[in-house]
Each structure stands twice: as structure tokens, then as C-alpha cells.
Design a binder for this molecule. Structure first.
Ligand code: CU
Length: 386
């Protein structure tokens, strides 16, 4: 049984210890009298440590960048102090911001293309994306008030190689703060993954160290609400020696927690996200989209699925009915594969690579075999043409 009552000595220790104590107390749900002053003290310090609001194209990840920015009079980004940990949504519990709902009546439904885009010949990938709050049609009859990267859910599929350089800039065109956390990056998250306000930008550069299927997402607090409202996607990193040729598809599973329609649009509901009982679960942002518009390959094709689970909470027990996986890569390909697999769980925040050989023609359902979620839309058809 953990000790719940704080000692006064706990509150006057070094800042690091104090933060650790407060984090522990917070996790335990403890209400602590007299902690307010201590929290205020370490909050101010933490905000100061967080770095600054960047301008588009400015590399604020290099050493000393924060001090330079402070010297230049750019204020610390106070919003970053709780990024990637829990916090109350300062912007309310609904995603229905003005731009997330405007024009919802005219939004049309489209299939999200699961095809892995080709690699660029260029070894440097320059991405300048916008965080946008915009209505998105997740079914022909359902428009949601989404928070997005580049206007769609999921955001764009990124494809690069181990050792490539990714130069990334995010400009926030939304009304609440947003940020970008690439799981394939090794950077100081307090600086690179910090939130930026409307009209501001953050830039950073990284070189993916490992091959695999990686999630990216907005990390602004509460991260549950920003992932849960649509701010996620997949970055696929190829190994230095390419894997054998295959038909390659990217499937990003996510959950939808929605309010009732208001003027033709359904906002996301933070309280339902906390309750973790989704209305829909989907591959690539549209429940059951590949049932109505399947994925097609030909007999004899090697098929490779890059399955990323964006959550925000539940895993994906990936399975193809009537098939078996020749290989599931648990870590970096081509090593770390297990063979002859029927089903494998992709955890929330994770990604795995599944391979099969399409020997037999037919229609093969690919599903989340956790069928309470499969039934809510994480299901599709792989059609193997003769
Ligand atoms: Cu966000």
C-alpha cells in the first residue's frame, strides 16, 4: 500500500525530487493541502525550462536554442509544461472548435488509400505540415469535427529509409495548441514535441535509427484528446537492405468517441475517451471502409501490412481470416520475425509488420480479432484475384 500522506520534507526537496513526488501523488489521485505553492514553484521553473515558441523554419532543437530565443524576447511556451502527460483539457471536452465544424454540410466522403507511397530518391525529406481543425467524413452519413494533420484522419503516410534525414515543420492553423511527436525520432521531446499556438510553427530534424512501422501524433495535453480527435498517422521506415518486393499497405487503427450530431457534425467527446467504450473502431479513419471498397492483390503476390495502432487506448489483434502470416516482425526487419502466426496484438502506440503470401484466390477478411472492436468497424476485405 503506497503512502498517501505527504511529509513536509517531501515538498522542500530538490526540484527533480519534488516533481517526481508530485507526479506520484497525482497518479494516486491524492489531494494534497499546501501542495499548491510547491506546484506553482516547480511549474514556473518547468515552463521556463520548456523552451520557446518557434518561428517557421527555425531549428530550436539545437543546443542553446532556448536560451537564444529567450534572449530574443520570445516567450516560453507555457502550454508545453504538461505535454505528453495527463492534464485537464483547457480547451474544453469537445472537439467542436469553429473551424472543426465549419462547412461540415459540404464535406464529401472518400476512401483513404492504404497503399504505401513510394520512397523518394531524395535522402532528405522536407515536410511542412499544417495542424488543422476540420470536418472529416468518416462514413457517407457521418461527419466528425476532427483535429488533423493536413486535413485528414489519419494524417499523410510518410515513407523513408533508416538514415534518411527528415526535416519537419508544423504550423498550427487551429484554434487550440498542437504539436507533433514522431515515434521514429530521438530528440528532446520538451523542445521538439512542444506545443505551438495558432499561427506559430515548430521545426525539428531527425534521422530514423530503426526500420519499422511507427506512429506519429499530436502530443499536446491531454494527449488522449488530441490523438482521440484525429491527430495521428504512420511513418514507415525501410531497412538499409530493402525487404523482398511485395504489395504493401498501411493500416492505422483508431477509436472514435463521439457526441450526438449537432448541425450535421459529430464532435469528439473527451469524457467518452476516458470511459474507453468507442462508438467506432476503424482502419485508416473510416469504419469498415475496405468492406465496401476492398484491397486488391493478385494470386502469388507477397502482401505486407504495416499495422500501426494509434489507439488512443485499445490494441489491435490483427488477423486475416483464411490466411496465416508467413512472418510478423516484432522489431526491426528483417530480424526479429516470428513465423506461422495466426493473430498478433499491436499495442496502442505501436506498429508491426505482417507478411503473407496470397496463394489462394478469394475474399479474405482482415480483422481486429478482438471482435467487440472488429464489429465496430476495424474490418476489411483483401481480395486475391485469380
Ligand atoms: Cu493537437
Amino acid at each position: 500500500m503506497p503512502e498517501l500522506s505527504p511529509k513536509l520534507s517531501d515538498l522542500v526537496q530538490a526540484p527533480t525530487d519534488r516533481r517526481a513526488f508530485l507526479a506520484r501523488a497525482s497518479v494516486l489521485g491524492v489531494t494534497i493541502p499546501a501542495v499548491g505553492a510547491a506546484l506553482a514553484g516547480c511549474t514556473a521553473q518547468t515552463a521556463e525550462e520548456q523552451g520557446t515558441t518557434g518561428k517557421a523554419g527555425q531549428d530550436t532543437t539545437r543546443p542553446g536554442a532556448n536560451a537564444d530565443a529567450r534572449a530574443a524576447g520570445i516567450p516560453p511556451n507555457a502550454d508545453s509544461k504538461l505535454d505528453t502527460v495527463h492534464g485537464r483539457p483547457a480547451h474544453g471536452t469537445s472537439s467542436a472548435t469553429p473551424s472543426a465544424t465549419a462547412g461540415a454540410q459540404t464535406v464529401s466522403y472518400h476512401r483513404y488509400d492504404p497503399t504505401l507511397p513510394p520512397l523518394s530518391a531524395n535522402l532528405t525529406l522536407r515536410l511542412h505540415w499544417r495542424a488543422r481543425e476540420a470536418p472529416v467524413a468518416i462514413r457517407p452519413d457521418t461527419v466528425v469535427a476532427a483535429w488533423t494533420f493536413e486535413g485528414d484522419v489519419p494524417g499523410p503516410i510518410v515513407h523513408c529509409r533508416v538514415g534518411d534525414t527528415v526535416e519537419f515543420t508544423l504550423t498550427n492553423e487551429g484554434s487550440v495548441p498542437h504539436s507533433m511527436d514522431f515515434h521514429a525520432a530521438q530528440v528532446d521531446p520538451k523542445v521538439a514535441f512542444r506545443s505551438v499556438a495558432r499561427g506559430e510553427s515548430v521545426s525539428y530534424t531527425f534521422r530514423p535509427r530503426f526500420a519499422g512501422a511507427f506512429m506519429y501524433h499530436c502530443g499536446t495535453a491531454p494527449v488522449l484528446m488530441h490523438i482521440g480527435s484525429g491527430m495521428f498517422g504512420a511513418l514507415i521506415v525501410d531497412p538499409p537492405t530493402p525487404l523482398p518486393a511485395a504489395k504493401e499497405f498501411v493500416l492505422v487503427q483508431s477509436e472514435f468517441y463521439l457526441e450526438e450530431p449537432q448541425a450535421g457534425v459529430r464532435p469528439f467527446d473527451y469524457s467518452k475517451m476516458l470511459a474507453t467504450m468507442p462508438d467506432f473502431v476503424a482502419f485508416n479513419g473510416r469504419p469498415s471502409q475496405y468492406v465496401n471498397e476492398p484491397i486488391h492483390v493478385r494470386r502469388g503476390d507477397r502482401v505486407r501490412f504495416y499495422v500501426v495502432d494509434a489507439g488512443p487506448t485499445h490494441p489491435c489483434a490483427f488477423h486475416v481470416v483464411g490466411e496465416q502470416f508467413d512472418r510478423v516482425y516484432l522489431g526491426e526487419p528483417p530480424e526479429h520475425a516470428i513465423r506461422g502466426v495466426q493473430t498478433f496484438n499491436v499495442p496502442a502506440g505501436g506498429g508491426m509488420i505482417f507478411e503473407l503470401t496470397a496463394d489462394v484466390p478469394g475474399e479474405f477478411p482482415f480483422v481486429n480479432h478482438g471482435f467487440g472492436h472488429g464489429q465496430k468497424g476495424s474490418i476489411g476485405f483483401l481480395v486475391v484475384e485469380p
